[in-house]
Ligand binder design. Structure first.
Ligand code: ACO
Length: 371
């Protein structure tokens, strides 16, 4: 038995939700480029869960259901009030999502109908939790979700308490579309491993949030913004990046396990970053980002991934940087739950083997004889 470090190249599941073939990402066979330009996030959520785009009445019904479930149990909001004000936002989200199960009477109902309903609840409630956490830590009251509007709109509204500008809604919606699913990425894999034991969907999504949190995965978008803040100016880009490259320090937001010729999502976020800069009348973050890209790609051949330009986009939308990864989760919960439902449909325990590299032929030594 020989281990493959990081399971690189290992095909660990059959899935019909999204594919990455020759560098092209599709959701249910539809190219992400087309969806980024034309689809709303709710259409994508339906597509991932049902394998087809919704017709008008199906879409209306989904939006109504999401609205119906968007309020979070009062106990979960009360829990958020008890978290330390400086709690890590992904740790707070992970804890709150785990606690949702305690207040859902069908948390352990494993019927397909109940599991689908719980997927809708999770999709509806994650934005409410993230917005409520962000407000509570600033000493503000949470804003109740609106009915009849999309998730991007509702999230920005609950975060700020104000009606968001159409351009902000559009940008957020596109970002949600681009982050919704990504084949067997680390967090999706961990959700499938968890539910393959026939554990419940809340446990699966809690595992996934914990996995997304790391800086090698979803946490990279916040790390990119920390880097941009540290660099601080266009002139400082070159010395800062050169120093990192010379010292073989990883540049966050670059590289990918699967894409070697570039992440197809990055160009959409780059375009959005430029447009948001133009609208704001301040191109600094965009220009810093393209300069970093030129240096890193030029010297290392590494291309930006989905996290790189999302950092400048979210900042230009006025979002604090530690909410970037929770926003990733607000979108990716659609993919996690689609994969969880798919796993339940044709389940087998996921239990690989390890290549043992420890000592052999050892014996028990009595405590008194150990050095
Ligand atoms: N900056 C500098 N060098 C890099 C980077 C980077 N961002 N990414 C990879 N490399 C180098 C590695 O140092 C390594 O070089 P070496 O062979 O000389 O040691 C080589 O490229 C291969 O890198 P690995 O880390 O082995 O590649 P792996 O497939 O395991 O990792 C990963 C992929 C984690 C995305 C990696 O590229 C990385 O750490 N990037 C920065 C973090 C990041 O942006 N993560 C978000 C990914 S997208 C997402 O999850 C949503």
């Amino acid at each position: 038995m020989t281990a493959t470090k990081g399971l690189e190249g290992i095909v660990a599941a059959k899935s019909s939700i999204s594919s990455i073939i020759d560098g092209v990402l599709t959701y249910q066979g539809i190219n992400i480029d087309e969806l980024a330009e034309k689809a709303s996030f709710e259409e994508v959520v339906y597509l991932l869960w049902h394998g087809k785009l919704p017709n008008q009445s199906e879409l209306d019904e989904l939006i109504a259901q999401l609205g119906e479930y968007a309020s979070v149990p009062a106990e979960v909001i009360a829990g958020l009030r008890l978290y330390p004000k400086n709690a890590n936002s992904m740790a707070a989200l992970r804890t709150a999502v785990s606690s949702l199960a305690l207040y859902d009477a069908e948390a352990n109902d494993m019927s397909s109908e109940a599991n689908y309903r719980k997927a809708v609840k999770l999709q509806a409630q994650l934005p409410t939790i993230v917005a409520a956490f962000a407000r509570i830590r600033e000493g503000k009251d949470p804003v109740a979700p609106k009915k009849g509007v999309g998730i991007a709109h509702n999230f920005l509204y609950m975060l700020t308490g104000e009606e968001p500008a159409p351009v902000a809604i559009q940008a957020m919606d596109k970002a949600l579309v681009l982050h919704a699913d990504h084949e067997l990425n680390a967090s999706t894999f961990s959700s499938r491993v968890t539910v393959a034991t026939l554990s419940d969907i809340y446990s699966g999504v809690t595992s996934a949030i914990g996995t997304l949190k790391g800086p090698l995965h979803g946490g990279a978008n916040e790390a990119v913004m920390i880097m941009l803040d540290e660099i601080g100016s266009l002139e400082n880009v070159e010395p800062y990046i050169q120093n990192k490259l010379d010292n073989k320090v990883k540049i966050m937001g670059f590289g990918h396990r699967v894409y070697k010729n570039g992440d197809p999502r990055a160009k959409h976020l780059m375009q959005m970053s430029r447009q948001l800069g133009e609208l704001k009348g301040d191109m600094t973050l965009y220009e810093m980002s393209i300069k970093i890209e030129a240096l890193v790609t030029g010297q290392k051949g590494l291309k930006p991934n989905v996290d790189f330009y999302s950092a400048s986009c979210y900042t230009m939308l006025g979002i604090p940087r530690d909410l970037f990864t929770p926003i990733f989760a607000i979108s990716r919960v659609s993919g996690w739950t689609a994969h969880i439902l798919e796993q339940y449909e044709d389940n087998r325990l996921i239990r690989p083997r390890a290549e043992y590299v420890g000592p052999v032929d050892q014996h028990y030594v009595p405590l008194s004889q150990r050095g």
